[in-house]
Design a protein around this ligand. Structure first.
Ligand code: ZN
Length: 344
């Protein structure tokens, strides 16, 4: 009763249901407290099985808001197959408007494969990887840059598994209709949801859909279109549910981060002023920004220069920075043939 994670979901029932994953965790305020993670199910017979999740990091809002709206709008009679929706998967982090859970400082996207006897975030990760993910064909985990970071709007997959599987992931990623597609290199044992999906035998798709701890009409529009495109592409629905115009996939520029030289880090306390924003195309040696020191007003601000060429994929939003903070990152544009050749 005091460990594990339990639920009363029946995966064979058609229709629409709203339930909870319950994780017992005794706290000062409430000896028999349970973390309640909302879980929505919509099912209509057999067909594609899709898991949609957001709130892996609590302060990334496009997915959280749109997956709630999707659950309210989805009509079971108009789908084929089943969809499980977790709009606030690390619920304590969402309620605290934080990246990590305040209960255990758990970062869910660094907690896989989890631990059934661990703290709440690790028990949740264990349940997702070992019990929930394997019941699906596709897992779509919706992220953004969070409170501290601006991010280029991009779909994301990890380079996992066989070339055939990678090819299917690339195809599904392109179908989202996002302007950029980021192919991450985290390895088979990575603590991320995408590596967890690969270990669970499920196709994992993710993306960074905004940032700054907020949403905009633009970020909501392309996230809505990406969710609709995914559901239509896998055959779960035949018309958009969240976006008004008929979705039309755009050309997608593929990007990779594969070297620490692509990032500029703070090496001491300072204040970061960017010279370029996300989306800028830069050459090696170009000015990335300036690092000011408000405690040494007689010192020139330091010029920061890119070591590698590419497209600026993320930058820190908080000016105030400490040693170890990533200030700005530049990704390398790549072609699909190059990615598939490396997987072979
Ligand atoms: Zn995230």
């Amino acid at each position: 009763m005091h460990t594990g994670l339990y639920h009363a979901l029946d995966f064979t029932v058609d229709g629409k249901s709203l339930d909870f994953l319950s994780i017992p965790f005794s706290v000062d305020r409430s000896p028999y407290y349970q973390v309640k993670v909302p879980v929505c199910r919509v099912r209509n017979g057999t067909g594609p099985r899709v898991l949609l999740m957001a709130g892996n990091h609590g302060d990334e809002y496009e997915g959280e808001l749109l997956l709630g709206r999707l659950f309210r709008r989805l009509d079971p009679a108009r789908i084929r197959g089943e969809v499980t929706i977790l709009p606030a998967v690390n619920a304590p982090a969402v309620m605290a408007a934080r990246r990590r859970s305040p209960l255990d400082e758990g970062n869910l996207n660094r907690a896989f494969p989890g631990d059934p006897a661990g703290s709440p975030t690790f028990r949740l990760a264990h349940f997702l990887e070992h019990e929930l993910f394997p019941r699906h064909d596709v897992v779509f985990d919706i992220h953004s840059g969070g409170t501290s970071m601006a991010h280029l709007p991009c779909a994301l997959i990890e380079r996992q598994g066989t070339p055939d599987r990678l090819g299917r992931a690339l195809e599904l990623m392109r179908a989202l209709g996002m302007p950029y597609g980021f192919v991450a290199e985290n390895g088979a044992t990575a603590p991320t949801s995408m590596a967890a999906a690969a270990r669970a035998g499920v196709l994992g798709i993710s993306g960074e859909f905004g940032g700054g701890g907020t949403v905009t009409p633009e970020t909501m529009a392309y996230t809505a279109r990406a969710i609709d495109n995914l559901l239509i592409t896998v055959g779960l629905t035949d018309a958009p549910v969240l976006s008004d115009p008929a979705p039309v996939p755009d050309q997608m520029q593929l990007l990779q981060l594969d070297s620490h030289r692509q990032a500029i880090y703070a090496l001491r306390r300072g204040w970061f002023e960017p010279a370029v924003d996300v989306g800028a195309r830069v050459a090696a040696g170009d000015l990335a920004g300036w690092f000011h020191d408000l405690t040494r007003l007689d010192q020139q601000e330091e010029e920061l220069r890119f070591q590698e060429a590419g497209i600026v994929i993320s930058r820190r939003l908080h000016s105030d920075s400490e040693a170890g903070d990533c200030l700005i990152q530049v990704a390398r544009p790549v072609e699909e043939a190059g990615i598939l050749a490396r997987a072979a």
